[in-house]
Design a protein around this ligand. Structure first.
Ligand code: FAD
Ligand code: MLT
Ligand code: ZN
Length: 530
């Protein structure tokens, strides 16, 4: 087989790509409006005055409080007994946990509990179950569908202090840890042992592994390592009545009956509180290359993807895309520089493998092919970590740039890849000047479009123009109205666009079986009952 030589331009491009942002460093993803601080439960009163107030969810959306009890003085005494010194009732301290990352949902919880162990979670839930008190499990509060914050006065059950690694097996790569471990800290932990976490996402500095599992987060490594449904080997979950369900096995194969952990993966805190996770970590790839490319049109994006799969095969680890609008936003709001010439579309292609020489040759070959054929008009390549991170920042930080642009209407769709961008163009025409920006980006390699619309402020009129239009359009292509973010509060009523009535009915039956009083994350995931 003839091996392609690394062309001269690729070396030039390597130098042209200077480090610009520290994507991989621990970074608190505070409120886009300006909230900052290392921990979510610290107050942000000084910032609240600088940013527009977030409207209470119950005022913006038609939702009725269900007949749960209200937390009493006696309840607080009982909680203080279970988690001494870890019962938060100061309204200022609760502010950050009542508002979601996108600042589109706001609850009015008056109590947050911070257990350290599964036993404490069990005692809390047993009490809440007996007293009919509603509970909102919360990890890093980075969820994008309003699932992580209360709608009314649900008790916030935070996993922030459940952050211990239990074990790591250096032979198998199996990590067992508590649910409140921050993803980026786990990444560092396993990386020091020559492994990587099978998932990575822009919120890594704040999100918890329990939150990742509860949302079945996809993210940037999905193309290579697949869904958490495959890499999560076991879970410990506390059920609504306080029962501790120990399915925390570390076995690759286990066909003993129903795979119960799957019920809790992606259940968004509605079926149980995940307290510990056993997860399979792949070995750390020795050679990682990142290419950032400009493309003249979406047809060329698709052809580049086909070529890429054919030529890079087993070393391809990410294939992400963003449109010119996204580039404009990261330049404007985050001051990131575009490393290639302006183009209608941009691609980020990552390879991960075990041989630098082999992978670089393969990538060069691919780049020569797509540049030579005009599928790609410009490109840059990074082989060292900081340069690769700078390229990743352009894609990873779009979410942050969007939230600085104004109110964000966020859609996360699975679509046939050939039609992935059609809806973005369609909506641009449909909304014309009513929106500030209509942009598309996402995990093209996984058929996952992130369609985002920004406007100066929330507008019910704009929302009506978007919904149910976006969902019906997606259903018309047999797509999914939530590829990886879940349904939470914002999308629960759209479930019927992606699931038949019999499936929704069965979901209700599962909910009734595991949480008969419906105390766990009410108003989320399952559609409101008429
Ligand atoms: P939270 O936001 O605190 O909670 C999310 C949901 O899980 C809620 O319904 C909550 O009740 C429930 N929950 C949390 N912890 C538990 C628990 N221990 N037991 C039971 N239920 C629980 N998502 C993706 O899929 N892919 C991405 O690429 C991606 N990128 C993002 C980038 C940015 C900048 C941001 C802000 C978010 C991104 N997200 C992404 C969304 C979000 O980060 C993920 O959904 C993440 O997995 C949520 O974790 P968390 O700990 O913050 O959970
Ligand atoms: C991403 O892929 O960047 C995340 O899912 C967040 C988003 O959709 O904005
Ligand atoms: Zn995503």
């Amino acid at each position: 087989m003839e091996l392609c030589r690394v062309p001269r331009w690729s070396l030039w491009l390597l130098q042209a790509c200077a480090p610009r942002a520290s994507v991989g460093q621990r970074r608190w993803l505070g409120c886009p409006g300006g909230m900052s601080g290392p921990l979510a439960y610290r107050g942000f009163s000084s910032v609240a005055s600088r940013t527009p107030e977030v409207t209470l969810t119950q005022e913006r959306y038609p939702v009725q409080r269900l007949p749960f009890s209200v937390v009493s003085e006696e309840d607080l005494v009982a909680f203080e007994h279970i988690v001494p010194g870890r019962v938060v009732t100061d309204p200022e301290a609760l502010e950050a946990s009542n508002v979601d990352w996108l600042r589109m949902a706001r609850g009015c919880s008056q109590v947050m509990l911070k257990p350290r162990s599964s036993e404490e979670v069990s005692r809390i839930l047993r009490h809440c179950h007996e007293r009919n008190l509603a509970v909102n499990p919360q990890g890093g509060n980075t969820g994008l569908v309003g699932g992580s914050v209360p709608v009314f006065d649900e008790i916030i059950l935070s996993t922030a202090l459940m952050n211990q690694v239990t074990s790591f097996d250096r032979v198998s790569g199996i990590l067992v840890c508590q649910a409140g471990c921050v993803l980026e800290e786990l990444s560092q932990y396993v990386q020091e042992r020559d492994f990587v976490m099978p998932l990575d996402l822009g919120a890594k500095g704040s999100c918890h592994i329990g939150g990742n599992v509860a949302t079945n987060a996809g993210g940037l490594r999905f193309l290579r390592y697949g869904s958490l449904r495959g890499t999560v080997l076991g879970l410990e979950v506390v059920l609504a009545d306080g029962t501790i369900l120990d399915c925390l096995t570390s076995l690759r194969k286990d066909n003993t009956g129903y795979d119960l952990k799957q019920l809790f993966i992606g259940s968004e805190g509605t079926l149980g509180v995940i307290t510990a996770v056993s997860i399979l970590c792949p070995p750390r790839p020795k050679a990682v290359n990142v290419a950032f490319l400009g493309c003249p049109g979406f047809a060329e994006v698709l052809q580049t993807f086909s070529t890429c799969k054919g030529m890079l095969g087993e070393i391809l680890s990410a294939f992400e895309f963003m449109d010119a609008g996204c580039m404009q936003l990261v330049q404007q709001h985050l001051r990131l520089d575009n490393p290639v010439q302006e183009s209608p579309f941009y691609l980020l292609v990552e390879t991960s493998g075990s041989s630098t020489e082999h992978d670089t040759e393969k990538l060069s070959c691919f780049l020569e092919q797509v540049l030579g054929s005009g599928l790609v008009t410009d490109g840059t390549v990074a082989t060292d970590e900081s340069k690769a991170q700078a390229l990743w920042a352009l894609r990873e930080r779009i979410t942050e740039a969007l939230s600085r642009d104004g109110y964000v209407y966020k859609y996360d769709l699975s679509l046939p890849v050939e039609q992935l961008y059609d809806l973005v163009a369609d909506l641009r025409a449909r909304l014309s000047s009513r929106a500030r920006h209509v942009v598309g980006y996402g995990h093209l390699g996984d058929g996952n479009l992130h369609l985002n619309v920004t406007a100066e402020a929330f507008s019910a009129v704009l929302l009506d123009a978007l919904e149910p239009y976006v969902y019906a359009w997606t259903a018309g292509r047999r797509g999914s109205i939530s590829a990886e973010h879940g349904l939470g509060f914002r999308k629960r009523d759209a479930l019927g666009h992606s699931k038949p009535p019999a499936a929704v009915q069965l979901m209700w039956q599962v909910k009734a079986l595991l949480d008969p009083r419906g105390i766990l994350n009410p108003y989320k995931t399952l559609p409101a009952r008429a």
